[in-house]
Design a protein around this ligand. Structure first.
Ligand code: FES
Ligand SMILES: [Fe+2]
Length: 446
């Protein structure tokens, strides 16, 4: 028997400093509360501006379980609208992306809307005279999300009308996004192609936690990375022979515990954090000819070195994305149900950098994160087994206490041993905060 999870406060009781109750992963009630509170009160990644480059371009996705449309209204103005006709609820767009021209038109009764959501026209409008329609949201047009921010090309939105500001929510964690963008000699990124997507029959938080779980690679990936390393060693290539890019990518997954301890983990308030403070599995990739030169031309040698020496591994932005600056990847974990998550893995091109870099990034994505990947499926197996195993009665708690300190709190930045589970605890601290955020604000206002 679990707790009765009827409201955000009782859900918050499922999280303790050293453990979390299994209901945070398996209960449909908790999932519904997360969608209504965590995903509404936090700033959630929507898409990249390069996915909607021209006026009228749109991209359809979800914030939590809410369907939204990212649309380019003017050359420098991107809006995020709820994908729901204000008349009777019909979803306005069905395609993942496209160009809607000057307006959206609902396929049911042809109400039409400007690309900022404002109502443009209703057929037989006279029939609404005197009904007061214009005073209601239905008569105003497609509803926008509460707030939108374009940060260096990345579009984030907050569903709630009121709440934490973008700057306060992310704070210094934006340094990881900055580094990813700064790696372009033109300071600009572009999404390359559609993402690799595949379904995971597990809770979305398992995927997010895995991004900073440094005690699993050498174990869970032994069957893929371990075999690759063994076969490569058996080739007995002469010392100093150039290592193929695929081996440079996969071999570090077999690094020993000391490597991951030494890499370090940094955490920031509101659930953000990253592995790879001192070095990472991306540190020893070979240089791509012409790239450093292009960077020096833009930034000068010293700054170019500083940018490229930053080899952060996985940066988690609470609640549900992970970016890798050095390999220009962004993964989003979209929660569809308590036990169902779709993962999208995007790659980015560093504008102005040699194409060989993009080729390596694409190779990384295929090898590690594709539906046909050899590495990602090791993790998938673990998540799905955990999702099933959590239903075993008699033990209802999941442990998250590795390297827990007595006086631990998540109000400031911290840098620790890279095998700590502090970032998982940091995420749950934020989870509690945003689960009860609106309720806490209301109570404080009384
Ligand atoms: S439901 Fe959209 S116009 Fe009627
Ligand atoms: Fe993994």
């Amino acid at each position: 028997m679990g707790f009765h999870v009827g409201n955000p406060k009782s859900a918050a009781d499922l999280v303790q400093a050293h453990q979390v109750h299994r209901d945070v992963y398996i209960s449909p009630d908790v999932y519904a509360l997360e969608m209504k509170h965590v995903f509404a009160n936090a700033w959630v990644f929507v898409g990249h501006e390069s996915q909607t480059p021209k006026k009228g371009d749109y991209f359809a996705t979800q914030i939590g379980n809410q369907p939204v449309i990212q649309v380019r209204h003017k050359p420098d103005d991107i809006h995020v609208l709820l994908n729901r006709c204000p008349h009777k609820g019909t979803k306005i767009v069905i395609d993942r992306q496209g160009n809607t021209g000057k307006f959206f038109r609902c396929p049911y009764h042809a109400w039409s809307f400007k690309t900022d959501g404002c109502l443009l026209a209703i057929p037989l409008k006279k029939g609404y005279e005197g009904t007061g329609l214009e005073k209601t949201q239905n008569g105003k047009g497609m509803k926008a999300v509460g707030a939108v921010k374009n940060y260096r090309g990345f579009i984030f939105a907050r569903l709630a009308d009121e709440g934490i500001s973008f700057e306060e929510f992310f704070g210094d964690s934006l340094s990881s996004l900055d580094n990813m963008v700064d790696r372009s000699p033109e300071g600009r990124l572009e999404v390359v192609g559609p993402p690799l997507r595949y379904m995971h029959y597990c809770n979305w938080k398992m995927l997010v936690e895995n991004q900073t779980d440094t005690c699993h690679p050498m174990v869970a990936h032994e069957s893929s990375a371990g075999i690759a390393v063994k076969l490569y060693e058996e080739l007995n290539l002469p010392k100093g022979a150039p290592k193929p890019a695929a081996m440079q990518i996969i071999a570090p997954f077999m690094s020993p515990y000391e490597f991951f301890e030494g890499m370090g983990i940094r955490t920031w308030p509101n659930g953000h954090g990253h592995t790879g403070v001192h070095h990472s599995i991306h540190s020893d990739y070979s240089a791509i000819p012409g790239y450093f030169e292009a960077m020096v031309e833009t930034y000068g040698e010293e700054k170019a070195k500083t940018i490229l020496d930053e080899n952060r591994h996985n940066t988690v932005y609470f609640p549900n994305i992970m970016i890798k600056g050095p390999i220009q990847q962004l993964r989003t974990f979209i929660p569809l149900a308590a036990d169902k998550t779709i993962v999208e893995s995007y790659i980015y091109r560093l504008v102005g950098a040699p194409d060989e870099l993009t080729a390596r990034t694409a190779m990384y994505n295929r090898m590690i994160n594709a539906p046909t990947s050899i590495v990602g499926h090791d993790d998938l197996e673990m998540y799905e087994r955990a999702q099933e195993g959590l239903h075993v009665n008699g033990l209802e708690w999941v442990n998250i206490s590795r390297l827990l300190e007595d006086d631990e709190n998540h109000e400031g930045e911290a840098v620790l041993n890279g095998t700590t589970e502090r970032q998982m605890r940091n995420q749950f601290d934020a989870w509690r905060k945003f689960m009860t955020y609106d309720q806490d604000q209301q109570e404080a206002a009384k």
